[in-house]
Structures are given as structure tokens and as C-alpha cells.
Design a protein around this ligand. Sequence first.
Ligand code: PLP
Length: 455
Amino acid sequence: AIDTTALVSPLVEIDRQHLIHPVSSMRAHEARGATVLTSGKGMYVRDADGNDLLDAFAGLWCVNVGYGQDSIVKAAAEQMTKLPYATGYFHFASEPAILLAERLIELAPNSLNRVYFTLGGSDAVDSAIRFITNYYNVMDKPSKKQFIALERGYHGSSSTGAGLTALAAFHRNMDLPLPNQHYISSPYPYRHKTETDDAGIIAQSVRELKAKVESLGGPDHVAAFFCEPIQGSGGVIVPPKGWLKAIRQACTELGILLVVDEVITGFGRTGPMFACEHEGVEPDLMTVAKGLTAGYAPMGAVLMSEDIYQVLASSTASGATIGHGYTYSGHPVSAAVGLEVLRLYTDGGVLANGQMVARDFAGGLDSLKTNPIVGDVRGQGLLGAIELVANKDTKARFDPALKLPDRLFAKGYENGVIFRAFGDNIIGLAPALVATPDEIWSIFERIGKTLDDLL
Ligand code: PLP
């Protein structure tokens, strides 16, 4: 076991004084100090004290190809040497950005034909919102301005997109959600508010979406519905099979756009390249990031249908521009990284390996079911969650005063495994797709020991 009291890197003090950490309690962080990571190889990261930790969360559900992939380093270095930067503005482009757009469209659902590159997932969501607003204004339907998303959803933390995120911490003191942002219930089988079976949950979601649209004045007032195929940061909530397909159908009937946010679920995380493929769903727009470059460089994208693109383009026929862009849109080094990462998924066998070890992953999740504080395990592909409860029969949660997530993370660390502990009671897992069966089982042994240590 790792002695966490001995984590004494001198960097910790400097960090305390100057570095603001994303999504953290600043006060708690000042007291605790940072866990400084220094290197990584395969499934493992090393901290500043030389401890090797099995990373069961692929960084932040992004390092899908594992650490230390030399071919990606080579692709980045070559591009950096040749041309480190080329703007996408003013009709400029770089070779890797063009080739990556082509490759993404080859891999994405058939409905999508155009790619807009961003720096990550939040600005992909934000860009999607801006494009949709623009689209309906150009269509002369300016009243279609309301957006609907799911409770417990996460769509990043841009000033607009964070309002579609439905997690309290992202709204607190931020004046969100905006008046045109609304939610329907999460299709959360373990804790559904009213339904107990899959068909009931699906029917209820569709009813609720239709009722929400009606309450907002009807389809003439609603622009789009945003959802993750599996809700990640909300607690890895796997909806019943058939849910996304039913939602697709409802959006089509209502005449509102469906935006599928595959920032976590994309690039083999749930098995196929995109989670939409499980049910043959073709979204109007899709947002991606994370696995696109596997965390080796920042990049995200909005993919959209040809129809949407043509409407947007029609407003620029006179030479007018759509004023939306980033200095680093389609960054050549990120794009070169993305091309190599996509090659690893397909020709490099990473996607196939992920599908193979997903069986061990499901077995590992199942093996924890009998633990006295495990209320639910769920997952798809290499995305999973373990929901802890104080009482299995009543599903009672632990008292938040116990600070279970902090204790879980600390105990896990001592046992040499990193996972995400979120909400007040959920362990999230998203190991890299390159894991061996032994590494997957080792994750569950270490988590099992962590749970035992807590009791
Ligand atoms: N959308 C989803 C579903 C996400 O999980 C995330 C990040 O976790 C985002 C959007 C935001 O992406 P980023 O953190 O790259 O801005």
C-alpha cells in the first residue's frame, strides 16, 4: 500500500499558492495539496513520489489508447517540426486538419457530413448551440430558441453550455441555467422517479420530452434536445436499450434537432466507434472530444448534417461571414495526433482490444455486486459505475458528512488505483482500451480491497 501521508513533492506548496484547479473546492485543495503526476506508460501513471498507479479512469475518460504511445509522439513531433501552426481562418488550412475531417466523417454516423474543429468538448457544445441558433434564424424561424437536456447531464462548462449541464455545482453562483434551458428526467434505471421497467422508462422519457416541448409553446419554440448516450459525469447512467432510438424518433416527430454529445462515449469507449451505433441512431449534430486525440493534445469537434450545413452556408452567399471561430480550430499538431489516434483505434487494433476486454470489465463489475455496500453496478463497453449505498434494500445514500468520495479516492490511491469518485456515492470507471484482461481484473481487485478497507 502507498503511504499517502508521505506525498511531499516541493511542487505541492507552489501549486497551493498559484494554481487554480478546474472543478475543485479551492479551500479543500489548499488544505490537501495537489497529487502531482510525472509520467505514464500503458495503463499506469507515476506520481512525484515514484508510486505507480493503475489508471482506471484514462486520465479524465480520455487517454483511450493508454500512455506512452510512441507513434503519436512521432506524429506530433513531425507536424510540429514541419508546420506547428496554421490558422483555419481566411481560407487557410493544414493537411492534417483536412485529412482528419475526412476520416471522422468516414467513421461517424451516415447523417453527418461536415466537421467544425474546436479545442475540446465544452466549446464543441457551445459551437453547436451557436450554429443551431444561427440555423433557425437563417431558416426564418427565430422563435425556435428553447433548448432541452437531461437532468444529471453534463455538456461542459462554457458560459452557455454549462446551463445544459444539469449538475448543481456548475450552476451555483453562476446564474445558470439560462431562461431558455430546460431539462427532463434522467433515464436512470436504478433510481428512476416513477418507472420500474425499461419500457416504462423509455415511454416516460418520450412523454416528458413531448410535454416539455408543449409547455414551452410547442415545436415552433424549441430548437434542440441535447443528450449523452450514457450520462457520464452524472454518474455513468446507462439508459435502457432502445432509449436513444425512441428519443431520435420523438425529436423527428417534433421537428426539433437531436444533438448527441459523444465527448465521453465516442471512440470505442462503449464498444463501437460511437455509442449511437448500438441503436443505429443518426443524430443531426454530434459533439466529440477526449478520445479524438486520446488526451495527447487538446481537440474537439462538432459534426453536422449536410442539410444544416447548407442552411448555414446559404446565409454567407453574399460573402458575409459567420463570426464564430477559435485561433486553434483545427490545430495542425492536434489534428496530426488525432489522425494517428484514429489509426490506432482501427488498424492498430485498439478498438477491437477494448471490445475484447469489455467482457472482463463486465465480469469485474459483476464480481462486486455481492459487496455489502454495493447497490448497483452498470456499464457498457469500458465505461462503468459502482453505486454505493448505506442500505441495499432501501437504497439509502451515505451521509454526505462522511465525505465518502474523498475517502474512497484516498483509499483507492493507497491501493494503487485511480478512479473517479463522484456524486456522494458513485465510483466511475473508464480504463484505456489497451488494457489486458489481467489489468482489468487488477482494477477490480484493488477496488474490492478499497471497499473492504472502508467498512
Ligand atoms: N460533454 C461531455 C459529455 C463531457 O463529458 C465533457 C467533459 O467531460 C464535455 C462535454 C466537456 O468537454 P471538455 O472538458 O473537453 O471541455
